[in-house]
Design a protein. Structure first.
Length: 152
């Protein structure tokens, strides 16, 4: 029996088929993780602070815009972060971090973003592709917070 994406593990009869099955499932999971990252950025771009001023107006002010990434990245409505996190089964802080990394990649590391948001992800057995992008975004954010700026 061949190891296709709809094959059940119990149906495989050889070690090589099990490895092919595992490799394909890992690739599917990496692609799904990258898709969630892209969806998080799309969600953030669709939810600027102005998008909910009329719906969420409190005494003394409205919704605040949260700067999640460096210069040139859009502000995001704070309440919308919790909504996205709940939709993907994460805590608010975890969802906020995912969106922050995605925004940092898209607006500050566009070449890495292009590789994450397409199928041009190079395999690295130690680190799934979206996490490599997350790590680059984290390093970039630390430099940005420390006062280092691009020489562009």
């Amino acid at each position: 029996m061949t190891a296709t994406s709809h094959t059940q593990l119990e149906e495989l009869d050889s070690p090589s088929q099990v490895l092919v099955f595992a490799r394909r499932r890992r690739a599917d999971a990496d692609r799904a993780e990258a898709d969630v990252l892209v969806a998080g950025v799309s969600w953030a771009e669709l939810r600027p602070p102005e998008s909910i001023h009329e719906a969420a107006f409190w005494i003394g002010g409205g919704e605040e815009g949260v700067p999640l990434a460096g210069e040139s990245a859009p502000l995001v409505a704070e309440l919308c972060l919790a909504e996205f996190a709940a939709a993907i089964g994460r805590t608010t802080d975890s969802g906020k971090l995912l969106i922050a990394h995605g925004l940092e990649l898209k607006y500050r590391l566009p070449r890495t973003w292009d590789r994450t948001s397409t199928d041009c992800i190079t395999p690295d057995p130690a680190v799934p592709p979206p996490r490599r992008g997350h790590r680059r975004a984290q390093a970039r954010r630390r430099c940005w917070r420390a006062g280092f700026r691009d020489a562009r």
